[in-house]
Every structure is written in C-alpha cells, then in structure tokens.
Design a protein around this ligand. Structure first.
Ligand code: NDP
Ligand SMILES: O=C(O)C(=O)[C@@H](O)[C@H](O)C(=O)CO
Length: 279
C-alpha cells in the first residue's frame, strides 16, 4: 500500500494513514504491530501511557524493514511534564522502542490545571530532545487554541496537534487553529471507537459505494486532509481499514457526514481544558 505523505512544517513527511495502538494489551502489542506492518502500515501511533512501546519496538525490529521505512510516534506521559522528568521519559521511550530516534514526539495532554498550568517548559524539553536528535519532529496532543497560543513565545510551532475528531465530533475550531499556524491535525478515535459505524448516514453511503462503514469514515478524514490511524487488533479489519486509497467520497457525501456533527455533545474522550489525570 502506498500511503500519501503530508509534509510537516519542519520539512519531514508523515504517512497520512497509520495504525493506533491505544488499548492494545502490552502482551499482544508485538503480534498486533507485526501484523499491521505485514498488511502494509508504515506509521504506528503509541504513547508512554499505553505501556506497549516495547512491543512496538520488538515488532519493528523483527519486521526486517529498514528503520527509516517505519514512522513511529510516541507521547510524553502526564506524569512527566516537568522538564527533567520529560527528558528521562524520552530516554526510556527510546530504550523501550529500541530505536535511536522517534519520528514524532508529542506532549500527550496539556493538563492546564496541573503543574501550575505550565506546559510551556514541557514543550521546551521536547525542543531540546529534537535538537539533540532524539526526535525528528515534535508536536502536541489535545491542545486547545489557547494552549497553542501559549507556545508562540518559544518560537517553535508544533508540527502536529493530535485531537479527538470523528463524524459526531468534527472539532473544527481546533482544526482551524492548527491550520492557521501550519500545524497538521492528527485525529484520534477516528471511528468514534466504533460508535459511529452503524449510523444510517454512514451505512447509506457505504452501501451505495460497496464499501464498509469504517472505510467511508476513514476516507472522510483523509479527504479533510487530516492524518488518521484507526486501531484494531483484528487482522481482517487492518486490511479493510487500509483499503481506502482507490475510491473517493463525493462533495455531497462529505457534506452529509459533516452534518452528523453534534459539537461538544459528540465528544467521547475527556475535555482537554479539564482533563487532569496523572498516572
Ligand atoms: N492523543 C490521545 O489522547 C489519544 C490518541 N488516540 C490514538 O488514536 C488511535 C485510534 O483511536 P481509538 O480510540 O483506538 O479508536 P478508533 O476510533 O480507532 O476505534 C477503535 C475501535 O473500533 C474497532 N474497529 C476498528 N476497525 C474496525 C472495522 N473496520 N470495523 C469494525 N470495528 C472496527 C476496534 O475493534 P477491535 O480492535 O476489537 O478490532 C476498536 O474497538 C488510538 O489507538 C491511539 O493511537 C486515541 C485516544 C486518545
Ligand atoms: O488513549 C489516549 O491516548 C488517551 O489519552 C486516553 O486514553 C485518555 O487518557 C482517556 O480517554 C482517559 O479516559
């Protein structure tokens, strides 16, 4: 599968379609990621929080693929926001992932009600990691527009902002704020964790096109220009979710799916302005 690549604001490129591993149990991660690589995925989205980085690392190493052919993202955990903790956690991630560099390193959550609201010093730790060659690109996750603005004074603009987006929660405000400053939007829970697959708007389009609901939703994300990495532990679904590069949704289809947006009511995950969980 030849996935389109998007050029980031630092000149590196990222495969637009990838594979997410939240809730892939650590003992299963190596098998699941190995299968995803066999199917053709070349972009894996993990996090320190998921506790499955070592399985990802083992699968990449055992795949026989050149390291440069696989794009690996990980995220600094909520318990490592202080710069020295962030630096130690990044070193641990490199060891768990058995790699010399991380393709894309993110702050997982801004935690504006923790650490005196100081995620800027955490960002500076990521800038230092990039400058030291530990990460090729750096970005953030779950940053609201006001959080992005707070980073402006560092002079380094995040390459990506990974946020919740699916048909019932278009999250267009943060998407527009990302675009305005040249930050690529990555979408999490792109299938609404499976909850939007049976929506009649989606199933009607899928039936007309002879495609599955998951394929229709993944196309919607791709045609909106976002980076998307659905998760599945099921090999047949890995194949299905990757088989989305040879058809197009019409402008009317895109508009119909846009119409499913329920705003805040459609949010599944925590609100980043309030989320304060430190493991
Ligand atoms: N930055 C952040 O804060 C967050 C980041 N993420 C990232 O985004 C990724 C994707 O989001 P995630 O929350 O996992 O949810 P998704 O929207 O990708 O949905 C995953 C669920 O959908 C099911 N599924 C996948 N493909 C199909 C299919 N073709 N047909 C039917 N069901 C399907 C999976 O089942 P099964 O596995 O049983 O096959 C699983 O239950 C995560 O894995 C993670 O990498 C996610 C949440 C927060
Ligand atoms: O999956 C992630 O990346 C997350 O951050 C989520 O698990 C998040 O912590 C959450 O949904 C908590 O309920």
């Amino acid at each position: 599968m030849t996935t389109p690549r998007i050029t980031l604001n630092d000149g590196h490129t990222i495969p637009q379609l990838g594979f997410g591993v939240w809730q892939v149990p650590p003992p299963e991660a190596e098998r699941v990621v190995a299968e995803a690589l066999q199917v053709g995925y070349r972009h894996i989205d993990t996090a320190q929080m998921y506790q499955n980085e070592s399985g990802v690392g083992r699968a990449v190493a055992a795949s026989g693929l050149p390291r440069a052919d696989v794009f690996i993202t990980t995220k600094v955990n909520n318990n490592a926001h202080r710069p020295t903790d962030a630096a130690a956690s990044i070193q641990r991630s490199l060891e768990e992932l058995a790699t010399d560099y991380i393709d894309l390193l993110l702050i997982h959550w801004p935690l504006p009600t923790q650490y005196d609201g100081d995620f800027v010093s955490t960002w500076e730790a990521l800038v230092a990691a990039r400058d030291a060659g530990q990460a090729r690109s750096i970005g953030v996750s779950n940053f609201q527009p006001a959080h992005l603005e707070a980073l402006h004074r560092t002079g380094v603009t995040p390459a990506v902002n990974q946020i919740e987006v699916h048909p019932r929660f278009s999250n267009n405000g943060p998407r527009a704020a990302n675009a305005a400053q040249g930050t690529v939007t990555e979408v999490w829970s792109p299938l609404g964790q499976g909850s939007v697959l049976t929506d009649p708007v989606i199933t009607a389009i899928a039936e007309r096109l002879g495609r599955t609901s998951a394929q229709v939703i993944i196309r919607w994300h791709l045609q909106r220009g976002d980076v998307v990495f659905p998760k599945t532990v099921t090999r047949s679904r890995m194949v299905e979710n990757a088989d989305v590069l040879d058809f197009q949704l019409t402008p009317e289809d895109l508009q119909a799916i846009d119409g499913m947006n329920k705003g805040e009511e459609g949010r599944i995950g925590p609100n980043p302005d309030q989320f304060d969980w430190i493991p």
